[in-house]
Design a protein around this ligand. Structure first.
Ligand SMILES: [Zn+2]
Length: 270
């Protein structure tokens, strides 16, 4: 089970990356605006198997002097290793007091409600970007074909949510970074303590090949132009500030650094 967790520190904060699931995806058609042949060639150049790209789902746990925090909750019931791996790492589910929901896709909100219909993390308060919450609540409440993941996981926590409307500190040392495009109110997260920092890009990027091609947009990004702009901006920021970076779907533990390479970037996994 050691392969399912990765511990590190950001200043005074204990951080643990948890592997919720490890998936594989076809590379050729991942990007809506790129030629399949070009994508396959670039992936091969990187030593990646285009037929079976690693798509991890990596949850970040942060223990600060004041709070126990999760960034997103994984796939949830039946598909998720998260509750078990947290318990095995000695983290009790009722000790998590804060959960930052970066956006409303099922692989990020699926673990909010358990198979018994009750919150997996009974003491948690939630934080989400306001535009994101408004969008998914509307999807959850649609009379015709409501979004099931949103209906199941978001409606029950309505009285435990703080809506975020601007960048800045959510909790001491943990800040919201506006990172729209993948979804309307997708949020990245900056973790800072004692001069050290981690920028969690979450789903602003889905594969390291986007370091070479920040303009490549996965078919599931809601607003391609906006997500592209967000990628350029955040890759540049991470490279300029030499930040430790996490990306939710990169190969577990999904941590590394971004360095400039000519006009684009290169991913240096830890
Ligand atoms: Zn995702």
């Amino acid at each position: 089970m050691l392969g399912d967790t990765h511990r590190f520190h950001i200043g005074d904060f204990l951080c643990v990356a948890f592997c919720d699931a490890d998936q594989r995806r076809q590379g050729a058609n991942l990007f809506a605006n790129a030629e399949s042949d070009t994508v396959v060639q670039e992936l091969k150049n990187m030593g990646q198997d285009p037929e079976a790209l690693v798509f991890s789902i990596s949850i970040l746990y942060i223990r600060t002097p004041e709070h126990s925090v999760l960034i997103d909750t994984g796939l949830g019931v039946g598909m998720s290793k998260l509750p078990e791996t947290l318990l095995m790492a000695g983290i009790e589910l009722n000790k998590i007091d804060s959960i930052i929901i970066t956006h409303g896709h099922g692989d990020h909100i699926g673990g909010i409600i358990g198979s018994d219909g009750k919150p997996t993390f009974p003491k948690a308060h939630y934080y989400i970007w306001k535009a994101e919450w408004d969008y998914w609540l509307e999807q959850a409440n649609k009379a015709d074909k409501p979004n099931e993941a949103a209906r199941k996981n978001l409606l029950p926590i309505q009285d435990k949510v703080t809506l975020i409307e601007r960048e800045g500190e959510i909790l001491p040392g943990i800040s919201a970074v506006h990172a729209p495009g993948h979804t309307v109110g997708h949020m990245a997260v900056l973790v800072e303590s004692k001069g050290e920092a981690l920028l969690h890009l979450v789903d602003a990027t889905h594969h390291p090949v986007q370091m070479l091609h920040p303009e490549w947009v996965p078919g599931f990004d809601a607003k391609p132009d906006v997500s592209t702009e967000t990628r350029w901006k955040l890759f540049g920021r991470a490279a300029n500030d030499n930040l430790l970076v996490m990306a939710y779907h990169y190969a577990f533990p999904s941590l590394g650094h971004i360095v400039r390479s000519g006009d684009v970037f290169e991913w240096k996994p830890i």
